[in-house]
Each structure stands twice: as C-alpha cells, then as structure tokens.
Design a protein. Structure first.
Length: 767
C-alpha cells in the first residue's frame, strides 16, 4: 500500500478568515455557556461520566474550529487544536474566568484519570498514523541526502539540548538527582521534527514531488524513526531508575531485537493478518479492528521488553502502511477516526496541561527564548551541515533548515510522555510546548520564502511531468488483482498476462479457480526458481516470476508476488461478486471456449463480467497449446482517444515492456454518420490522429519503450484493425471496450466483428 499523504492545508485569507474567526469565537462562547450550568450541576453531584463527555465535546469542537481557523490563514490545523487546549486551560480561561475553568475541568483525580486514559491512547493512534505515513520507498529514493540531513539534524540539536539541560537551574528540574535523564530528554525534544507538519506544508506549497520536497519529507521520516527509538531507550533508562551500562545495554538490545523481529517475521505476520481479516470477515470494518489490535499488541510488546509503547505503535504503523492490500478506503476509515476524534482531543489535553502564565516569570520567559534559540540554531546548523554532506546547494540547504525546524505535534507528544514519566517538570513541559508552538508557526512563512528561491532543474521537471501523467493513469494505480480462470489453455494464458502485470509492481493477486474444488483457501508464495505448484495459481505465479526476473534498473530487488488461491464454494458469478467486495482494481477472466461457433461470447461470461463492478480484462486466446504458452512477440492496440482505449494502451505498453516485444498503436476511427475518410484530404482527421497517437507514444517513452504507429481511416474500423493485425503479424490484440446493455455480453459492432474474425488472441478491457 502507498501510504496516504497528509491533508492539504489551503490558505484562504481576507474577509473569509475574519468572518471565520468571528464565527469561531461566537461558537466557543456559546458552547462554554451552554455547558457551564450542566457541568456545574454534574460536578457537584459527582457524575464524572457526564462531565467527561462534556469535556470531550468541548475539546473536539474548540479544537476543530480553531484548527479550521489556522488552516484558513495558512498554518497547520494541529496548532489550532493545541491552541484550543491552551485557551480552555489555566493559560487563558483559567486566568480570565477561573471558576468556569474549574467547573469544566475540575481538578479531581477521577476526572484527570479519564482524560489521561484518552490522551495515552491518542498518543498511540497518532504514532500509528505517523508510521502509516512513513514512505520507506521515498527514503530509499533520496537515501544519501535524507540520511545525512537526518543524522546531523538530530545529532547537533540533541547535543545542544543535552548541553542546555546540564546548565538548567535545579528549580526547574523534576528531580535534581536525575539531571542526566532530563538532559537526555530535553536533547531529544529539541532534535526531532514533526513529519505531519513538515509534510503538510511541503504538500500545500506544491513541493511534495520536487526533489527538495522529497528530501525534506524523507529526512523528517528518518528523524521521526530515530526519535522514537531514542525515546524508547530513554524510557527504559527511566524505568530502571538509574543510568548505568547494564540498563543502557538492556534498553538498546531490547529495542534492536524488537525492530529486527518486526521488520522480518513481524512484517509477514502483519500482512497475513490484514489480508485474512479482509478476505474472511463479512462484518463492518474488520481490517480497521485488525490494525488497532496489531497496534495494541506491538505496543504491549515494547512495554514488556522495557521500552515505551510509542515505539510499538509507530512500528505497527510502518508495517501496516506497507501492507500490499491496504486500500485507500480502509486507510480513510482509520484516518477519519483518528483525525476527527483523537487528534483534537489529545492536542487539546496537551494544551490544557500547559500553563503559559508561568512565563510571566522573567526567568522562565528568558529560558523559553533560550530554548527556542538553541532549538532553532541546532536544527538549522544540523540540517545545513547534512545538506552540504548530501551534495545539495546552499539555497537547498537553507530551505532544509527552514523546513526541519517545525517541531509541532511530535514535540508535544514527546513532552507529554516526559511529563507523565517524570523526566520533565511542569515548567519545563510548558517551555517545550511553547517552543513547539513558536517554531511551528514560524516555519510555514520561512519555508515558503526559502523554497521560492530554489530553481527547478531540467531533469527534475521531466520527472515531475512523468509522475503527474502516471498519477492519472490506470495501470500505475492498480493495488490488487483478481484472476478468475479455469484449467484450460486460455485460463493459463490469462493467468500469465495477469502475472506480467503483477510481477514488476508486486501487485497482490487473488486467484479464483473456476471449475476447481478445493477444501480450503491457501496462500501460495512461489519464487522464480520454485517448481510449479499443483494448483490453478501456477500460471500466474510463473508469469509473475518471469516478470520479476525481467525487472530492470530497480534500486531494491523485487520480492515474489503475493498470491492467494481461493476456494470456489458457490456459482461462478456469486463467487466473483463476493470476492469483488474485498477491494480489487482489475479482474482478469480466462475460461475455455470463450468464443461460440457463431463467433459470439459464450453465455457463461456475461454473469462473471457483470458480477465485478470495476474494469475487466477478458482474455480470448487463439491457437494456444497447453504445453507451451509463450509471451506475445507482437502486440496491437487500437486507439480512439477515449478513456477505455487509453487504458487499453496502458495495458498494452505494460505487457509489451514485460514481454520485451514490439507494440503497434493503430488509430482507426470512423465516427457515426460518416463514411470512410482519406487522411490526405482531411487536415482535421490528420491532426486528431497525430494527437492521439502522440499521447500513446509519449506514455510508452516514459516506460522506455519505442512503439510503432499506424493510421487507417479509409475503411471501417474493424476492417482496419484486422488488416493491421495481419500486416504486423501480431499475436495479441488489446482493445478498450464498453459493454452495451442487454443479457448477452456485447461490446459493440466493431469489437464483435474483430472478435469473430481476429487471427490472434484478444484481450477486451472494459472501462
């Protein structure tokens, strides 16, 4: 699964922002007034549950409204949620109206325990979401610069923060005898950037796919990963009660073993659990529940080995985000739960814990200024040095320093952990929250200023144009394939074609063996060198392995394609319909005797195609020998410029590249109501043909594939297609088609004529 990106931040300034601010202020005041009487009565009566519910409602409402206001002025919405907690806490409401603040948030152990429980679970969910947004492939693409920036970007501010902790007055320390632990924690709090804030701002500025934008985000990902490991180790030291070589070794070794097990055996187990829940449960949201259980189990595991639960939640997010079948729909379900409820509540509680009134003390105010200065100096210096080592220019290094200086949500989470474990005092917690707030609010305008001065190179421009085009295409966005085939040569041929698509992209594939009865579904994972298994999945596995072996210029070796063979326990169309609900992007169908004696589709195909709601690749082999199904040597794809023919061209390009065979794109169009046209006498037709074929050739060029083009508009389209197929000696014809209404499977007169008389195998790709 491609992990999903952070939400866009769309700045809308002017009168709309002023009106929004007024509406938000009014809503907050009305809500506070309405809740005061009820909460006052419930507090006196000891009804803690009702008070707790009122607190949650208020935190969600105020946090969401202020988050919206911050978004409208170009700031991260999470800062609005934090400000909401600060306004409702002792810093604002407690200062202006202390009685009201005490009514809404009474200082009772029972009430505090309830909020703390929500806050602790919110931390785990936020770390889960952060891990899911961790794109390891992005890190690998810009590994040199990202690693150098993250290492120096953590090391330098960590040293500065540690040194600062050594000189802090004892009055602000939680325990004068544990200055070293506080210094370690302070160094960590000053060294980690907020991946969520950084990614949101970079995306909002349109730099998400720029080279520098990728380096900034990848560096933040590395920093987050390093930071949570450091936090886990420091927590282990705090739990030991003393810092000595034995406790350090225990924490480091425990963390190393956990990480090693997670990214080897654990990765595979997580994938299997998510797939199993997705494929076997029929109740609502089974995958979301599975993900939350995985997060809880890994968090408990880290707790029992003596490190903090946040490491387990973060690693769970990374593993879940890499799952090959984690669809966008499932990702949005989980993301909605976290962003709508837990994020505003957690950051609101974090703001409640910060008492900014203590900054009226000149000593603490000066300390806050010093912490902000040390944090900014350390991050700018570290990022700048790392950028120089990574081979970036001075302007790029400056932009990196600006981007990595946002602490935001990450520092608030770290500070909350430090406060709960006794590594930070209440005053130090407030100072760190203020530092996170100031650096985050200052980051967007600074980064905009710096990024606007970074020129775009020619190679980068070409890459961006290619990626923008691929984002709109069909094949690059396929995440999961469904293959419905029997044991006929045509079924094996369809499996081979599906494997050629799945192999290079590691697309998870499920096989429905039509006409085969098995006792139970069983997953199959076969490498290229393995013998062919005795199931119908043999064809797709063999084809996927062949495609994997043909992969070129890959930075990381491709792993074998994940293939699951399912049991057919019901009629074909019902089995396809049931399986389709589990989330697939394309169905390949291959059964025996696709074509009847009269040249039409056999009746069994219509219900199978109708049962799948998405695109279907219907394979009709020609002169196939069961003992040998060689890949195509020549492919022909007719194009007309519409969406279905564009998808067919993408499929043809992908297969031609996997087979290393020739590809011809044919423009053969005869609009309804017009007779055959001659190209030489029709400039409009000539321009139309050039534009459509040029688009296909450009798509092929981006895949490093050279194609041939041909134009035939002097005859009917089906005649042109058949003539070109014979002329180019093609053995595979791929047509984009749209199904026409009716009980029979019918794709139009042109497709019917081609299907009846074609001298080669055909793949009909429906829209």
């Amino acid at each position: 699964m491609k992990p999903a990106a952070c939400a866009n931040v769309a700045p809308r300034r002017g009168q709309g922002a002023l009106f929004s601010a007024g509406s938000i202020a009014a809503a907050v005041l009305i809500t506070a007034a309405l809740t005061t009487a009820a909460l006052a009565a419930e507090t006196k009566g000891g009804s803690f549950e009702v008070v707790f519910l009122g607190q949650l409602v208020l935190l969600m409402l105020v946090g969401r409204l202020l988050g919206e206001a911050m978004s409208r002025i170009g700031q991260p919405s999470v800062m609005g949620m934090l400000l909401g907690g600060i306004l409702l806490g002792p810093s604002a409401l407690g200062l202006l109206w202390p009685d009201l603040q005490q009514v809404i948030f009474p200082r009772l152990p029972e009430q505090k325990a309830m909020l703390d429980g929500i806050a602790q679970f919110g931390i785990l969910l936020l770390l889960l979401l952060t891990g899911m947004e961790t794109d390891l492939k992005l890190v690998r693409r810009v590994a040199r610069a990202a690693l150098s920036v993250s290492l120096t970007g953590v090391t330098v501010p960590f040293i500065c923060g540690f040194a600062l902790g050594q000189f802090l007055p004892e009055s602000v320390l939680p325990n004068a005898g544990q200055r070293l632990l506080t210094s370690l924690f302070l160094g960590t709090a000053l060294s980690i950037s907020s991946i969520k804030i950084v990614a949101a701002i970079v995306r909002e500025m349109g730099f998400a796919r720029r080279n520098l934008g990728q380096i900034i985000v990848a560096s933040a990902i590395c920093e987050d990963s390093i930071g949570w490991v450091i936090i886990a180790v420091i927590f282990g030291l705090a739990e030991a009660g003393t810092i000595n070589p034995a406790s350090v070794a225990k924490s480091v070794v425990g963390t190393a073993i956990f990480l090693l097990a997670s990214f080897t055996v654990g990765r595979r187990v997580v994938f299997l659990l998510i797939r199993w829940a997705n494929d076997h449960f029929e109740s609502d949201f089974p995958v979301v529940t599975t993900i939350l259980v995985i997060m809880g189990l890994l968090a408990l595991t880290t707790h029992f080995i003596g490190v903090h639960t946040v490491l387990g939640a973060f690693v769970a997010g990374v593993l879940v985000g890499q799952s090959p079948i984690l669809s966008r729909h499932i990702d949005e379900q989980l993301r909605g739960l976290i962003l709508a409820f837990f994020m505003p509540v957690f950051f609101g509680i974090a703001g409640l814990s910060a008492d900014l009134t203590v900054l009226a003390d000149p000593t603490l105010a000066l300390m806050t200024v010093g912490v902000v200065a040390v944090a900014s100096f350390g991050k700018f210096t570290g990022a700048f040095i790392g950028a120089e080592i990574g081979g970036l220019t001075r302007r790029e290094a400056l932009a990196l320093g600006c981007g990595m200086n946002a602490r935001g949500s990450t520092e608030v989470i770290i500070a909350s952990i430090g406060l709960s474990m006794g590594a930070l005092s209440q005053n130090l917690y407030t100072v760190i929250v203020a530092m996170a707030l100031i650096t985050t609010l200052a980051m967007p305008p600074m980064l905009r200023w710096a990024l606007a001065r970074v020129p775009m190179r020619k190679a980068e421009k070409e890459r961006l144009e290619r990626e923008e085009s691929e984002a709109k295409q069909f094949i690059p966005n396929i995440e999961r394939l469904l293959l419905a085939v029997d044991q006929s040569p045509n079924g094996r041929f369809a499996a081979q074609l599906a494997g050629l698509i799945a192999g290079p992209r590691e697309i998870a594939t499920t096989v429905l063996p039509l006409g085969v009865t098995q006792r139970s579904p069983r997953p199959e994972k076969v490498k290229a060198e393995h013998e062919q298994p005795d199931t119908q999945s043999a064809g797709v596995l063999k084809a996927a392995a062949q495609a994997t072996r043909k992969a070129e210029n890959e930075e990381v070796p491709l792993s074998p394609v994940e293939v699951l063979v399912r049991t057919l326990e019901r009629p074909r169309e019902l089995a396809v319909a049931s399986e389709a609900k589990k989330g697939y992007d394309l169905l390949f169908v291959g059964i025996a005797n696709t074509r009847t004696n009269s040249g039409e589709f056999q009746s069994d195909l219509a219900p199978i195609v109708s049962a799948f709601g998405g695109p279907v690749a219907l394979v009709a082999g020609h002169n196939l020998r069961p003992e040998h199904l060689a890949p195509a040597s020549s492919i022909l794809v007719p194009v007309t410029g519409n969406e279905v023919s564009r998808r067919a061209a993408e499929l043809a390009i992908a297969l031609a590249r996997a087979c290393n065979c020739s590809l011809t794109a044919l423009y053969a169009a005869n609009p309804a109501g017009r007779g055959p046209r001659r190209l030489s006498g029709n400039p409009a037709a000539r321009a139309e043909a050039r534009a459509i074929l040029g688009e296909v050739a450009e798509m092929a060029d981006r895949q490093d594939l050279k194609i041939k083009t041909a134009v035939h508009i002097e005859v009917a389209p089906h005649q042109a297609i058949l003539a070109q197929a014979k002329r180019s000696a093609c053995d595979l014809l791929i047509m984009g088609v749209s199904r026409r209404p009716g009980e029979k499977l019918f794709f139009g007169d042109t497709a019917a004529a081609v299907f009846k008389h074609a001298p080669s195998s055909i793949v009909f790709l429906t829209g």
